[in-house]
Design a protein. Structure first.
Length: 238
């Protein structure tokens, strides 16, 4: 089978739903780095990628999904050369760096918190500011003191060989995380048919603030502060 490169298309989705335990808001910049891309066979769930097939590996470089024009190709990553003809795949698993570049404002419940300075500790959120310019900062996705949902977990390696935490669990020592999502329809590769793969990221709730004491502050253990909330993702093979 000839090598077929996957053009990853980032389409902004305007999903205004708010996660119950934290305050979330739109990110004006949200740059991620993918390191591993897999397809998961029938029987997979949001918590488990069954019999994964590797589509791509390596550092994708920073991809600003908040500022990629809808429908434009943001990057190419991986190929379908390892996919088994006739096998049904229902989910995709993406490994990415937890470190992201992000900008925007989010409320702590009483103040508008601006991104103004980097997180200097992977175990802490970002300290915001109630005034001043909004700047792009280094932050981390996921929270160690929260249930992050079955679709994500942290992992110790970029290439699928690491120690994986349980679904929903983020270990603050892990610099990578896995995300799993269901395909819009089951995918079966057929001879002579080359599909288009669309990965749609929604960043309307990608900037989060956790905590109840206010002041836009951050505390150890990620129990309070600005953090990167996992974006909404929809994957389609056409």
């Amino acid at each position: 089978m000839k090598k077929i490169f996957l053009s990853v298309l980032f389409i902004l989705l305007f999903n205004t739903s708010v996660k119950a335990v934290n305050n979330t808001a739109a990110a004006t910049e949200f740059s991620i780095t993918m390191t591993f891309l897999e397809l998961c066979e029938t029987g997979s769930t949001l918590a488990n990628c069954l019999n994964p097939i590797v589509l791509g590996s390596g550092d994708s470089g920073l991809i600003d999904i908040a500022n990629t024009t809808a429908g434009a190709a943001a990057t190419s990553f991986g190929s379908l050369s390892s996919v088994v003809l006739g096998t049904t795949y229902t989910h995709m698993q993406v490994t990415m760096k937890r470190a992201i570049q992000i900008a925007g404002t989010v409320t702590d419940g009483s103040n508008t918190c601006r991104t103004t300075s980097d997180s200097t500790d992977i175990s802490k959120g970002v300290v915001g500011a109630t005034s001043g310019n909004i700047v792009t900062v280094l932050a981390y996705m996921g929270q160690t003191n929260a249930n992050n949902g079955d679709a994500v977990n942290s992992t110790s390696a970029a290439d699928g060989t690491g120690i994986n935490q349980a679904a929903g669990t983020i270990d603050d020592d892990d610099v990578y995380m896995e995300w799993r999502g269901a395909l819009t329809d089951p995918f079966i590769l057929k001879s002579g048919i080359i599909p288009t793969v669309k990965v749609a990221f929604g960043t309307a709730t990608a900037l989060g603030y956790s905590g109840s004491s206010g002041g836009c502050t951050a505390t150890i253990g990620e129990s309070q502060g600005i953090y990167g909330s996992a974006p909404d993702v929809i994957i389609t093979f056409e």
